[in-house]
Write a protein that binds this ligand. Structure first.
Ligand code: PMP
Length: 441
């Protein structure tokens, strides 16, 4: 029998509510909140709040704590580094951890060619730097991105992100030279071939010398966990080759074991010229990476790349522990098992509940989309109510999607089977009860 979730108060409890009121008086209003609960400590796949409630974590801090938010090896590596020094700035004096992280990424990221890596702190920074490098390499200005994409909140990455609200509203004007191409979203009948034809048309229309980079998530994250139609990524690879465009694969959410392979692009047999990682890379510490063909990466001149905290030593120490966990032969098969468990719980709902439009994803990056049958009009109201019901019952699940009508599951890759089952039972019960309310209304 599982003992989680373990609820001692309602969610959020009294102490969380008190702290949240203090937060509102101190923190800028622009930060949203999924669940206003303050966390005191974490287990492998659980979060204990300040009221003594233990929640099941199906979010991993948005795909960050893949090896657990309190992974003993991550903590030990960081603690050991902490005893030595916290920072030098890699542009001032060097340290070994930075090099070891770069070596592991060069070796494991798809692509049978010589690679170089540049480390940064956030995902958005990795995206920005990939564009800088692609521009330096090609001498061209523009970036081609995909509909429903998410690449970050900095000015350039906001421009690259599709969803207007809340990410872009009132924050423009944005950098130009960002062009959006259609997605190949199988649920909505957008196949690979028409999308690829449109990508090619846009390239020709803007001129062969316009696009430096084509940036794509192999499975879209914030956009709704859309697994592109088969052949889409391979088609983009072909087009990038044909027009001399740098293919940048954004594996920030999908990478490092999340989908049951080290990188989601491996499912399609595609290697980017540049591959981006962040999130899970630092095991909870801020770390991101741009890894790519050495000739492309080295197009940026010395001094052109960097950042005060880029590849911080504590974050590199944490990443080396994450790599050890990923190198364990048992981990990736376990992620395939997570997918099977999630499908076993959720797929029966496809025939049982009309508004359950699709169960999709790979590995531990799975989602369920809610839409009206037939028209596929997005039902974000249902997704929000279901997420709220999960939260009240002690399960932390997130929503996503351009229309907010998708519940996404991002459990730690190391989640224990009984905890996963307990979390999924609560999710399924929440879906059923919201659907029943809906039918009665
Ligand atoms: N790219 C993708 C695919 C992401 O999912 C995210 C974060 N959700 C980013 C880029 C931006 O990362 P960060 O929030 O660390 O800047």
């Amino acid at each position: 029998m599982t003992t989680v979730p373990l609820l001692r108060t309602e969610i959020p409890g009294p102490r969380s509510r008190e702290l949240h009121a203090q937060r509102e008086a101190a923190v800028a209003a622009g930060f949203g909140i999924t669940l206003p609960v303050f966390i005191a400590r974490a287990g492998t796949s659980t979060l204990e709040d300040v009221d003594g409630n233990t929640l099941i974590d199906l979010a991993s801090g948005i795909a960050v704590t893949s090896v657990g938010a309190a992974n003993p090896q991550v903590r030990a590596n960081v603690a050991a580094q902490l005893e030595l020094f916290t920072h030098t700035c890699f542009m001032v004096t060097e340290y070994e951890g930075f090099v070891r992280v770069a070596e592991w990424l060069n070796q494991h990221i798809p692509g049978d060619f010589e690679k170089r890596t540049a480390l940064f702190s956030t995902g958005a920074e990795a995206v920005e730097n990939a564009v800088k490098i692609a521009r330096a390499h090609t001498g061209r200005p523009a970036v081609l991105v995909i509909d429903e994409a998410y690449h970050g909140r900095s000015l350039l990455t906001m421009a690259m992100t599709a969803k207007e609200h809340p990410y872009k509203t009132s924050f423009g004007p944005f950098p130009d030279a960002v062009v959006r191409a259609p997605n190949a979203n199988p649920l909505r009948g957008e196949g690979a071939e028409p999308a690829l034809a449109e990508v090619e048309r846009l390239i020709v229309e803007h001129g062969r010398e316009y696009f430096a980079a084509l940036v794509v998530e192999p499975i879209q994250g914030e956009g709704g966990f859309v697994v592109p139609a088969p052949g889409f990524l391979r088609g983009l690879r072909r087009i990038a080759d044909e027009y001399g465009i740098v293919l940048v694969v954004d594996e920030i959410q999908s990478g490092l074991g999340r989908t049951g392979r080290l990188f989601a692009s491996e499912h399609e047999g595609v290697a980017g010229d540049i591959t981006l990682t962040a999130k899970a890379l630092g095991g909870g510490l801020p770390l991101s990476a741009v890894t790519g063909r050495s000739d492309i990466m080295d197009a940026a001149h010395p001094g052109g790349l960097g950042g005060t905290y880029a590849g911080n030593p504590l974050a590199c120490a944490a990443a080396l522990a994450v790599f050890d966990a990923l190198d364990e032969p048992g981990l990736l098969p376990r992620v395939a098992g997570i997918e099977q468990t999630i499908r076993r719980h959720l797929e029966p709902l496809l025939t049982e509940i009309d508004a359950v439009a699709e169960v999709r994803g790979r590995g531990a990056m799975m989602a369920v989309e809610f839409a009206d049958p037939g028209t596929l009009a997005p039902r974000s109201d249902l997704a929000q109510r279901i997420a709220a019901a999960c939260h009240a019952a002690g399960v932390l699940a997130l929503t996503c999607g351009t229309h907010g009508n998708v519940i996404r599951l991002l459990p730690p890759l190391v989640i224990e089977e009984p905890v996963l089952n307990a979390g999924l039972e609560i999710l399924v019960a929440s879906i059923r009860s919201v659907a029943a309310e809906e039918a009665a209304a």
